[in-house]
Design a protein around this ligand. Structure first.
Ligand code: DP6
Length: 333
């Protein structure tokens, strides 16, 4: 046992570090961009919290020009600014990013990071997926590495699970994998986006979430009896989504994505203490969407760890959607 413990290869994080090329010190600055993504089949629940290994596969669509742009600069001390605002070194955001960077940067290097979110602030979209994916790409540029795409995705995953998907564009699938060291848990691009696929955000609240997604998913796995059914939901939804993407079958894609999101929320509501992200307006919007669908307008909704809705529709119904939801922010076009 002690032999095993002293072997660097027995620690998955050290194993991943051993796969990185040498830290080239020529560059002192680097820039990168990564898009945000929205899951059509959600990642909800980990089998390993430290390595951020998911219980199930998930599938997302990337948000093009909406994401994170980062500039890294070698510096005397670590420093982070987000959208021009300095972030305190004591904050969780600061700690989480630099703890993550400690895994991949040269131990002696300190970095000044300027991070800009190109997602409309009012959209209230989580930025951790694009931020960690972008951090990996920026580090890669800083050290003049060319990482295999799988390793890039695995590294981003160690920052935030959903970041594993943000290193790619278009429709992306994250394979859960089964290996205890997570080396088979990475994302892969499935297909480019359809030109007429649209996503709009309906913001219900910009207030901070009552509970973050990491803690909420842990609580769901530990306390919700309904969680047992979640892997079966994903098994049913994934192949249908893959087929819908291949066929450009928007109605099936919308139905499956909405069902998947509502099943995820039903599962988290069944946790104790309950995880209820919805606000009254969330439900009101869902009723309105269902009413519009009955009237013949093909629009579907998906929701993540928060009260805001993401509407899925196609270009031909853009004008109608904007008329029915004047505050809709179209983010994918
Ligand atoms: C509801 O990737 O933010 O958006 O791995 O703990 O950082 P951690 O969680 P995170 O969870 C995203 C959850 C989700 C669904 C999804 O994006 O698949």
């Amino acid at each position: 046992m002690s032999d095993l413990m002293s072997d660097p290869m027995s620690d998955p994080l050290r194993h991943i570090q051993s796969l990185l090329p040498p830290h080239n010190t020529r560059n002192v600055t680097a820039e990168a961009y990564a898009p945000a993504n929205i899951a059509l089949c959600k990642y909800w629940g980990k089998r390993d919290a430290r390595l951020k290994l998911p219980v199930t596969d998930s599938l997302s669509v990337s948000l093009g020009t909406h994401g994170t742009r980062m500039t890294l600069q070698r510096a005397e001390t670590d420093h982070l600014s987000i959208n021009g605002q300095p972030i305190s070194a004591d904050s969780q955001t600061h700690r989480r990013l630099f703890d993550f960077l400690d895994l991949i940067r040269a131990p002696e290097h300190r970095l000044a990071i300027d991070s800009i979110n190109t997602i409309p602030i009012a959209a209230g979209l989580a930025s951790s997926a694009s931020a960690f994916a972008c951090a990996v790409k920026a580090i890669e540029t800083l050290y003049a590495w060319e990482l295999p795409p799988r390793l890039r995705s695995i590294l981003a995953r160690l920052g935030s699970g959903s970041a594993s998907r943000s290193v790619f564009e278009g429709f992306v699938q994250w394979h859960a994998g089964t290996a205890p060291d997570g080396m088979d848990s990475y994302a892969e691009p499935l297909a480019p986006l359809w030109p007429d696929f649209r996503i709009g955000i309906l913001t219900v609240s910009e207030a901070p979430k009552p509970i973050g997604s990491t803690e909420a998913m842990e609580r769901t796995v530990q306390t919700a009896p309904l969680y047992e059914a979640w892997p079966r939901q994903v098994e049913r939804d994934l192949p249908r989504l893959q087929q819908a993407i291949r066929d450009h079958d928007f109605a099936t894609l919308g139905q499956v994505a909405e069902h998947n999101a509502l099943a995820m929320h039903a599962t988290m509501i069944a946790s104790w203490p309950p995880v209820i992200y919805w606000l009254p307006e969330t439900t009101a919007h869902l009723h309105k969407i269902h009413h519009l669908r009955r009237e013949g307008l093909p629009v579907y909704a998906t929701l993540d760890a928060g009260p805001n809705l993401k509407l899925l529709y196609t270009a031909e119904h853009e004008t109608d959607l904007k008329a029915h939801f004047p505050h809709l922010i179209q983010i994918q076009h």
